[in-house]
Every structure is written in C-alpha cells, then in structure tokens.
Design a binder for this molecule. Structure first.
Ligand code: PLP
Length: 373
C-alpha cells in the first residue's frame, strides 16, 4: 500500500488543476507580453488568475505578485523591506522556516540589520508578551516577520493580534502563510498584514508557483530587474501554467473549505485515537490552536534512529516527515524541535494529511508504527 502523509511538504496536484494547466503547456503558447492574440489570451489568463486569488483573499488584484515559491516570496518581502523601505530592525522567531531565518541572517551580516527574536512556547507558538516588550522599547524602522502556522508542529499564531500590535507600534508586518493559505480563510482588506507569502504546491497546485501579497499602500521597488513584469516588481516571462494551476487550486480549496476541513480533521482525529489505542505512550505535540492538516507525534517507544524509522516506513510505502536531511544525506534531529526543547533521543514524526487520505491508509500506518515500537 502507498500512503502519502507528507502533505505539509508537498501535495498531489488535483486532477482539475492539471486539466486547467494543460492548455498552457500545449496549445496556448504565446508570450503574454506579445501584441498578437496568442499572447493577449495568455495575458488575460494571468490577470484572471490574479483576480481569482484576490477575490478569495479579499484584497486587490494588483496586491498579488506572482513568483516561483514561498521561499522567493519570503526573500522578496524581507530583502526589499530592508533595501527599499529603510527597515533597520527585523523582529522574528527562531522557529520560522529556513527561507525566513536565512534571509534574516544574511540581512544581519551583510546589511547590518538589527535582529530580535521573540520568545517561543514549547507548542511552537510565539509569546505575544515578548513581542510587545520588544516593540515597546523599539525606535527603529521595523518589520515584524512571524509565520501563521509552524510547519513542523502546525501550531497557529494569532496573526490578527500580531498585526494589531504591529500597527500600534508603527511597524510593518510580514507573515509566512505557506502552511495556511487555502487551508484557512483570510480577509486581507480587514487585516493589518503588509506582506504575506504563499506557495501553490501546499494546496494541490503545482510546484514552482507562489505569490507575495503586498499591501497596495507600500511601494517596495524592484526584486527582479528586466522587462517590467508584475508591475516592475518581478520581471521574467510569467509561468502561465503555474499561475493558472495555482489560482484553480486556490479556488477549489476555498470553494470546498468547510467540507474538506471536516474530512481532514476527522482523519487526523481518527489517527490520534488509533495511535493512542495501539501505542499508549505516544505524545501529540499540539498547540491549543493547531492546523488540522498537521500532526506532530513523539514515540518514546521507538528505539531506532530517525533515519532508520523513516526508511523502514518508506519500505512499507509510507511517506511521513521527521528531522531534516543534510547535504551528506543523513537525517538530523529537527532544529526547530531542538530549539523548543524536545528530546533528541525520542522519535518525533510529522504526519500531514490531505483530502486524498483514507482511514484504511491510517490503519496501515498505525500497524507499521506499532511494529516499530
Ligand atoms: N514557509 C513555510 C512555513 C514552509 O513550510 C515552506 C515549505 O515547506 C516554505 C516557506 C517554502 O515554500 P516553497 O517550498 O514554496 O519554497
């Protein structure tokens, strides 16, 4: 049996998404900047996709900047905020995704930016009081960058509260919503979010397509210099099939959000129940507000090392995540879990779901995990 439970890493593309993309990989060629009708038709498809995404997030179409990934969107927001908006201080957390942590390190080392890290709770949320105390003592031009849901634990930060605090203290606010866009509703017009990053392959869209939301009031300048695409923020001939696939996936996700959420949550709760029944010492690493697509579980009874566990599960056709692969190919204990004080000698796995999973797959997975214990 093949069981794919690594949906927080990447999701299978919906059939309808693939169908929407195919014309732009076959018959509908034509550079969208061209004057001829092939080009104009493709330009129209891009703008229709932009409007679709904007409609579901309740923002303006021109606030959506298409790019290649969540990583690029995070880099674009933070680097341009420093280079073009005069940001001198970044407040973030030590458990952000690497695409935030590493650009922040770069900006600190190369541009002399001051960086403050808010305290984090063991459940993977940030300590709001710690954020406020940093903001209170701050006189610099500042950007707060805090993720919506932590990608290894699924713990959800209260971005409304963080946005309000940012506004109160006059800072910019960027949030990495790569794990939550198309899984939770957003109303950007009513939010205090200045920048938001998203990635299509986390919601059944294609790899290599993402976007940055940028509040219209902010002029961030140019990220990629060239022909002036994406309102001169990000030049390069558009990835039309990727953009169409992403907007189709986002539309499908929001049109079916309530039902999909119930289905996925039911799967998650079923797995928790069966794990507890079969392996009583399992520990679920969850925050009070936790994303329904992610379950982090610690198995004190598994004595193999992490790489062995993942390989043994893989040999049974089960894909889950744990730790991080390093360049030598070995698996290291997760830096995020380490920073949060989790025990390196215990196996913690991230199991992440989608609507394509079934209870039969979960039964099979529980059996395999029980054998490992
Ligand atoms: N931010 C978070 C929270 C993520 O989970 C990921 C990917 O796992 C990224 C950013 C990077 O997104 P992408 O894979 O599109 O570069």
């Amino acid at each position: 049996m093949n069981v794919y439970l690594d949906n927080a890493a990447s999701t299978p593309v919906h059939k309808e998404v693939l169908e929407a993309m195919l014309p732009y990989l076959s018959t509908n060629y034509g550079n969208p900047s061209a004057i001829h009708s092939n080009g104009k038709r493709n330009k129209a498809a891009i703008e229709f996709s932009r409007k679709t995404i904007a409609k579901y997030l309740n923002c303006k179409a021109q606030e959506i900047i298409f790019c290649s990934s969540g990583t690029e969107a995070n880099n674009m927001a933070l680097k341009l905020a420093v280079e073009n908006l005069g940001v001198k201080h970044i407040i973030t957390s030590a458990i952000e995704h690497k695409s935030v942590l590493n650009i922040v390190l770069y900006l600190e080392e190369a541009k002399g930016i001051k960086v403050s890290y808010v305290d984090v709770n063991k459940d993977g949320t940030i300590d709001i009081d710690s954020l406020e105390s940093i903001l209170k003592d701050n006189n610099d031009n500042t950007l707060v960058s805090i993720m919506h849901a932590q990608n290894e634990l699924g713990s959800i930060n209260d971005i409304d509260k963080i946005g309000k605090l940012s506004k109160k203290y006059g800072t910019l606010f960027h949030t990495d919503t790569v794990q939550t866009i198309a899984h939770l509703p957003f109303n950007l017009k009513e939010s205090n979010i200045d920048f938001l990053s998203a990635s299509a392959h986390k919601f059944h869209g294609p790899l290599g397509s993402g976007f940055l939301y940028k509040n219209d009031k902010i002029k961030i300048g140019t990220w990629l210099h060239g022909g002036g695409h994406e309102r001169n923020v990000r030049s390069s001939t558009e990835n039309i099939s990727g953009i169409v696939g992403m907007s189709t996936a986002l539309k499908m996700a929001y049109d079916n959000l309530a039902a999909d959420r119930v289905k996925v949550l039911e799967l998650k709760n079923y797995l928790k129940q069966e794990l507890k029944k079969n392996i009583p010492d399992v520990v679920f690493n969850e925050a009070k507000e936790n994303l329904y697509t992610i379950l982090s579980v610690t198995f004190p009874g598994i004595k193999d090392d992490l790489a062995e566990v993942l390989i043994k599960l893989d040999m049974k056709g089960i894909a889950v995540a744990g730790g991080s692969a390093c360049s030598s190919g070995s698996i290291k204990f997760s830096k995020v879990l380490s920073k949060l004080g989790y025990n390196e000698n215990e196996t913690t796995l991230r199991i992440s779901f989608s609507v394509f999973n079934t209870k039969e797959e979960l039964d099979y997975t529980v059996k395999a995990l029980k054998e490992l214990c």
